[in-house]
Write a protein that binds this ligand. Structure first.
Ligand code: NAP
Length: 333
C-alpha cells in the first residue's frame, strides 16, 4: 500500500524533479560507496596471481636499492624469476621501472648544472621509455604483460614542487606516459600502471626511519605488488592515499607556500653544510690541529649556523671574508 502511494506521489511530480532527485541520489550513493571501495581495494582485495596473469619473468630497474629492491624481493617471494640484465629475446611478463634519481639537495633551477639535469632526464625519462619500448613487442606477441612505472606525488598530487623542478617534471612525464600507454594497450592484454608514492624511507629522500606516513620500502613494496594490474594509476600504500585525500581539501596556494618553505629550508641547510665542509677542509690545510676536527664537530658547527638562522648568502659572504685567496674559490663554488 505504502509503495503504491509512493509511486503515485512520484507520478504526480514534474519530470525535471524526478531527474534532479535521481541525480542527487546517485551522487550520494557514489559518495557512500567510495570509502567502502577504498577499504576493499586497500586492505581486502587479494593481489593478482602475477605468474599466471603475465608470465614468470620479471624485470625490475633500480633493483639495487630502495623501492626497486623491495619490489624485486616481493616478486621473487611470489614465484617470479627476476632478470638481471639482457632482455633481448626474453619473455618479460612484468616490467617495473623503479630506477630514478633526483637532485642531491633542493636547488633553484638556475643552480642545476647541465650534467645534473641531463642525468635526471636520462634516468627518469629516457631509460623508462627505452626499457618499456624494448619489452612491449614480446608482450604484444604473447598478448599479455604488465608495466609498472613509479611516478611521484611530487607531480601527480601537488600543484608544484619548487626546488626540485626537473625531478617533478620528469615524474609528470611518467604519469602521462603510463596513462596513455594504458589506453593504447589495455585491449591487447597489457596492463600499464603508474604508481604514485608519497615519501618512502629510502636513500633518495635521506630517510632511514619509517613511520605511519612514511613506510619502509618493504611495506610500500608489499602494497605495490598487490596493486599490480588494477587500473592505470594508483597510490598503493594506505596512508599515502589518505594523504592524497587530505591534500584535496587544501587550496593550491597553501600547498605552494608550504613546498616553497620546505624547499628554501632544505636548500639553505645543504648550502651551509657544503660551505662548512669546504671551510673545514681548507682550514685543515693551514692549521695542523684542525686535522683533528671530526665529522661530528662539523655537524655541530653546521647546526649552530642553522640555529642562528643566518641567511645562506650572508653565510657565504662571511666565509669568503674570513679566509684569503682560497675563499673566493669557495664562495664561487
Ligand atoms: N623514496 C621516495 O620517497 C619516493 C617518492 C616518490 C617516488 N619515488 C620514486 O621511486 C623510485 C625509486 O626511488 P627510491 O626511493 O627507491 O630511490 P633509491 O633508494 O635512491 O633507489 C634508486 C634506484 O635507482 C637506481 N639508479 C639511480 N640512478 C641510476 C642510473 N643512472 N642507472 C641505473 N640505476 C640508477 C639506483 O641504483 P644505485 O643504487 O646503483 O644508484 C637504485 O637502485 C624512483 O623512481 C623515485 O623517483 C620515490
Amino acid at each position: 500500500m505504502k509503495i503504491d502511494s509512493c509511486i503515485n506521489l512520484l507520478e504526480a511530480q514534474p519530470s525535471w524533479i524526478i531527474l534532479l532527485s535521481s541525480l542527487g541520489f546517485l551522487t550520494l550513493l557514489r559518495a557512500a560507496i567510495a570509502p567502502l571501495s577504498w577499504v576493499y581495494s586497500t586492505f581486502l582485495r587479494p593481489g593478482k596471481d602475477l605468474k599466471s596473469s603475465y608470465g614468470s619473468w620479471a624485470l625490475v630497474t633500480g633493483a639495487t636499492d630502495g623501492i626497486g629492491k623491495a619490489i624485486a624481493l616481493q616478486l621473487a617471494r611470489r614465484g617470479l624469476h627476476l632478470l638481471e640484465a639482457e632482455i633481448e629475446g626474453l619473455d618479460v611478463g612484468l616490467l617495473v621501472n623503479s630506477a630514478g634519481t633526483t637532485y642531491p639537495h633542493a636547488m633553484f633551477f638556475h643552480e642545476v648544472e647541465e650534467e645534473l639535469w641531463r642525468s635526471l632526464v636520462r634516468v627518469n625519462v629516457e631509460a623508462t621509455t627505452r626499457v618499456t619500448r624494448a619489452v612491449l613487442p614480446g608482450m604484444l606477441r604473447r598478448r599479455r604483460g604488465a608495466v609498472v612505472n613509479i611516478g611521484s606525488a611530487a607531480s601527480a598530487v601537488l600543484p608544484s614542487f619548487p626546488f626540485s623542478a626537473v625531478y617533478a617534471a620528469t615524474k609528470a612525464y611518467i604519469d602521462q606516459f603510463s596513462r596513455s600507454l594504458f589506453a593504447e594497450y589495455k585491449r591487447m592484454g597489457i596492463d600499464v600502471q603508474c604508481q604514485i608514492p608519497f615519501y618512502v624511507a629510502t636513500k633518495m629522500v635521506s630517510m632511514k626511519q619509517s613511520s605511519t606516513f612514511v613506510p619502509s620500502p618493504d611495506e610500500y613494496a608489499k602494497a605495490a605488488v598487490d596493486w599490480i594490474g588494477y587500473g592505470p594509476r594508483c597510490t598503493p600504500y594506505w596512508s599515502h592515499s589518505l594523504q592524497w585525500c587530505f591534500t584535496c581539501f587544501i587550496p593550491d596556494f597553501v600547498l605552494d607556500l608550504w613546498r616553497l618553505h620546505v624547499g628554501i629550508t632544505n636548500r639553505n641547510q645543504a648550502c651551509i653544510l657544503r660551505y662548512t665542509t669546504l671551510v673545514v677542509e681548507s682550514v685543515k690545510e693551514y692549521v695542523p690541529f684542525c686535522a683533528e676536527i671530526s665529522n661530528e664537530d662539523m655537524g655541530l658547527t653546521q647546526n649552530a649556523f642553522i640555529n642562528d638562522g643566518q641567511d645562506q648568502d650572508e653565510m657565504s659572504q662571511i666565509l669568503v671574508a674570513d679566509h684569503s685567496d682560497r675563499k673566493i674559490e669557495i664562495g664561487q663554488k
